[in-house]
Design a protein around this ligand. Structure first.
Ligand SMILES: [Zn+2]
Length: 445
């Protein structure tokens, strides 16, 4: 560690081998060594003594809708990446839709990269989109460095991003499998949604009935069948229905290349507690019952669910009306995801190591970010410093994302992010941010 510029010392460093007292040496933005706690500080290196605060790898959130350019009144790179930094997230991967243009051609990707470059407080990568008519654009996007392709199997909520029917799914998936890419899927079956009662109005029970579990289960079964037939790699986005877990587990046993994520809101909020008219709780698929939530936690513990991502998908407050049928569907979770998940996880007997695995290590693996996701030599010096026992009550006024609508208002959460570090630079501490220092990331072949 003789060339270290910075050393961070904590009694609790979360490493791939477990939590221990350690000194982490950093040079030129990279972790160079994880040393014993009492290792001497080399000449010229700055010591950052974190005491008993936990040093964990910066979180990697692979499911974020930044909406910039085009719907910047909903969200933008400046505000989203500040919210992320304040929440201990050091890398996000931006979804291809809700921005205008959507990320469905290389030209559109370039537009988004240009917009993001000057505003990114954390590292930012991009997903591409698979639409019914852009199969020819998929390989060029892959070569331009997107991490994979998002598709919907039911209407997405925005007209410019139409969904795929089964035949179009097969065509896109065959193309993507041909170059070894990844398809990530919003899996709800449109026919099951059409067949469900669509009553509308402010009652959450009516909204829940309009997005039944079997819509998810059916779409997931069809996706798994296609992935199996084409030997393709697929990822199920924002799993809510626990009924789909056995078929996912069985597919993996069989060797189908399928991974799964769920989100903080499915893990920490329940249908039983959503007040009628409170569309800040609306997302698709919906937040389901407490018994369903218990099974999602079990699946995380068992490894059937791989990871936890925010699906941060804001809009302006006026689109969050009290009619669940027409209100914008999306929950803004960037800044609170770590605290929300940790609060519930610890109550269920999980450790911070588990949270790190779900929200940093496995999300990094999903997109092949092999410099992120762990505190070990050779990785980027991206960290969150957390006071895990300190609590706070969620005040919407303290949130950094553009529209301060939140489903977590008034909740008391454990886990205060004291500072966030990106490649060895402290980018956030005590409510203060540096100028943007994020890099734009592209997939490494
Ligand atoms: Zn999403």
């Amino acid at each position: 560690m003789s060339d270290a510029e910075l050393v961070l010392r904590s009694t609790r460093v979360i490493t791939p081998e477990g939590t221990r007292a350690a000194t982490v040496a950093v040079a030129r933005g990279t972790i160079t060594a994880v040393l014993p706690y009492d290792a001497p500080v080399p000449d010229g290196a700055r010591l950052e003594d974190l005491g008993d605060h936990v040093l964990l790898p910066g979180l990697v959130d692979t499911h974020v809708h930044v909406n910039d350019p085009g719907r910047t009144e909903w969200e933008g790179f400046w505000t989203a990446t500040r919210a992320a930094a304040a929440g201990g997230i050091t890398t996000l991967v931006d979804m291809p839709l809700n921005s205008l243009p959507p990320t469905t051609t290389v030209d559109h990707l370039r537009i988004k990269q240009e917009v993001a470059a000057a505003k990114a407080h954390i590292d930012v990568g991009f997903w591409g989109g698979a639409l019914p008519d852009n199969v020819k654009d998929l390989r060029p996007l892959h070569e331009a460095g997107v991490y994979g392709f998002k598709a919907f199997l039911s209407p997405s909520g925005v007209d410019e991003f139409p969904h795929l029917d089964q035949e179009q799914l097969a065509r896109s998936l065959a193309e993507i499998a041909g170059f070894g890419g990844l398809l990530i899927v919003h899996a709800e079956d449109p026919h099951h949604l059409d067949a469900a009662p669509q009553q509308g109005g402010p009652k959450y029970a009516h909204f829940l009935a309009s997005r039944p579990r079997d819509a998810e289960d059916t779409a997931i079964a069809a996706l798994i069948a296609q992935a199996k037939r084409l030997h393709a790699r697929v990822h199920i986005l924002h799993l809510s229905s626990s009924d789909a877990l056995p078929l996912i587990a069985a597919a993996r046993e069989e060797g189908v290349r399928v991974t799964v994520e769920t989100c903080p809101h499915y893990l920490t909020l329940t249908a039983e507690e959503v007040p009628d008219g409170a569309s800040e709780f609306k997302c698709c698929p919906p937040i389901r019952e407490a018994a369903n939530q218990d099974l999602l936690w079990q699946a995380l513990a068992d490894g059937v669910i791989d990871c936890v991502v925010t699906d941060h998908s804001p809009s302006t407050a006026d689109l969050k009306t009290d009619d669940f049928a027409t209100a914008w569907g999306g929950i803004s979770g960037l800044q609170l995801s770590l605290a929300a998940v940790w609060t519930e996880a610890r109550g269920r007997g999980h450790g911070l190591e588990d949270v790190v695995r779900w929200m940093s290590t496995r999300t990094s693996e999903l997109v092949g970010l092999n410099r992120k996701g762990a505190i070990e030599a050779g990785r980027d010096a991206d960290f969150a410093v957390l006071a895990p026992d300190e609590t706070f009550t969620v005040d919407p006024a303290a949130l950094q994302h553009r529209n301060r609508v939140t489903a977590y208002a008034g909740r008391t959460l454990s886990g205060v992010v004291k500072s966030t570090w990106l490649r060895g630079e402290r980018i956030y501490a005590d409510g203060e941010f540096t100028d943007p220092r994020g890099h734009l990331l592209t997939r490494t072949p």
